[in-house]
Design a protein around this ligand. Structure first.
Ligand SMILES: *Cc1c(COP(=O)(O)O)cnc(C)c1O
Length: 423
């Protein structure tokens, strides 16, 4: 595939907007009053159903990125639509000055699925991680009060290189990526970075100041990086040995994406704190920070809060989402579908030298190329398949958990065609 075809594909998708990837003006829409902080692809969707999206000219697309792992039940899942339609006519918002019964029901539903005893609701993954970081600091300070250790002032959190935890000042500092942090110095004090999937590096980074270890069970934004099976258990052991909290960022891996409700449930361990967001309310904004009782109780009245956290409307959407995932068998099908898609992608690897590796767990998958993936992504878009490009050479797949085998076959056929026509 030459640059010309890429530009042509771009322009087809772009319909009249004469920017192209090679013009270096991607996302630079002069007509828009939006801040230029996103490199948007030149396509606008107006309708979605299940795994499919339609753009403003009626073209159909297969959505294998699901709004970055948000539309896990597909677009406009009927049960969630009905719950939102019902709730929006009853009560949208009251604030957390008062009890919110739907929020309490949702918290109970969540703690019934895992190690946690308590939940704090917010509106995004970054806010969930911000809450986790604040909880680590406050818990550690209260616990160490009166101890000799208090003098050492434990507050450091060990995170990993190429992690992603969000864009607020605390969470971009937690994120071990220069491109996320550049230009925002001075960063928040108290973070140390170690290579992912390397236990010795964590052990070496522990100091008298360390309060917690915070990781994603599988790194998502850096291209579906799956650690060894003994990584989480070894982190748990280190945390126990040194009196540290273990925080798991399950914002992307949670809610059935990897074939279990929570990714860490593939291992034998439990964290002290877990953060979730993305698909929690099927596209309405919601994040949550879950913790064990002993840790959660340091969030006394007035110590943290969110105006919008856990509104009746968003809680109703999340309850309907969990009902679909857990009671209607959606999660139960993820492993089989994931295994099928992985095997189809492995078949592609045998036929295309351009593919360096294929990996995944459940329906969180990646195809790593030997060359830049941006062009492949644009041509896939022009042929009706949505993926995302991570770290320059990795195509990431986060399709709806509800997709069909036929849709997987169609997506693989499109990618096969694009790779065949490339060089
Ligand atoms: C997306 C993501 C976040 C940030 O979530 P926002 O809702 O964009 O703030 C944090 N951690 C992980 C692992 C994510 O994938």
């Amino acid at each position: 595939m030459g640059q010309q075809e890429v530009d042509q594909a771009w322009q087809t998708a772009n319909k009249g907007n004469n920017t192209s990837p090679s013009s270096g003006k991607k996302g630079n829409f002069a007509s828009s009053a939006l801040m230029p902080n996103y490199a948007r692809l030149p396509v606008a969707f107006v309708r979605g159903q299940g795994t499919r999206l339609w753009d403003d000219s009626g073209r159909e697309y297969l959505d294998f990125i699901s709004g970055i792992g948000v539309n896990n039940l597909g677009h406009c899942p009927p049960a969630v639509v009905a719950a939102v339609q019902e709730q929006v006519t009853q009560l949208i918002h009251t604030s957390n000055l008062y009890r919110v019964p739907l929020q309490e029901q949702l918290a109970q539903r969540l703690v019934d699925t895992c190690f946690a005893d308590r939940v704090f609701f917010c509106n995004s993954g970054a806010e969930a991680n911000e809450a986790a970081i604040k909880l680590v600091r406050r818990y550690t300070q209260e616990r160490d009060k009166g101890h000799k250790r208090a003098q050492s002032g434990r507050y450091e959190i060990i995170t990993t290189i190429n992690s992603f935890h969000g864009r607020t000042m605390a969470t971009l500092t937690a994120t071990g990526q220069d491109k996320v942090q550049r230009g925002y110095e001075p960063l928040l004090p108290g973070f140390r970075y170690v290579p992912f999937n390397n236990i010795e590096a964590v052990a070496k980074a522990i100091t008298p100041q360390t309060a917690a270890i915070m990781v994603e069970p599988i790194q998502g934004e850096s291209g579906v990086v799956i650690p060894a099976d003994d990584y989480l258990p070894a982190l748990r052991a280190l945390a126990d040995q040194h009196g540290l909290l273990l925080v798991l960022d399950e914002v992307q891996t949670g809610l059935g994406r990897t074939g279990r409700l929570w990714c860490h449930q593939w291992s034998s361990i439990t964290p002290d704190i877990m953060t979730i967001a993305k698909s929690l309310a099927s596209g309405l904004p919601m994040g949550a920070c879950l913790a064990r009782e002993e840790v959660a109780r340091v969030f006394s009245p007035g110590s943290h809060g969110s105006t919008f956290g856990g509104t009746p409307l968003v809680s109703a959407a999340a309850l309907a989402t969990l009902h679909m995932l857990l009671d209607q068998g959606v999660i139960a099908s993820v492993n089989e579908k994931g295994a099928y898609l992985l095997s189809r992608l492995q078949q592609l690897q045998q036929r295309h030298e351009m593919i360096r590796s294929v990996r995944g767990r459940g329906l969180m998958l990646a195809v790593e190329l030997n060359s830049p993936a941006e062009e492949i992504l644009s041509v896939c878009l022009s042929r009706g398949l949505l993926l995302s490009c991570q770290m320059g050479t990795i195509l990431r797949f986060l399709p709806p958990l509800t997709l069909s085998q036929e849709e997987m076959d169609q997506a693989v056929a499109i990618l096969d065609g694009v790779l065949t026509d490339s060089f």
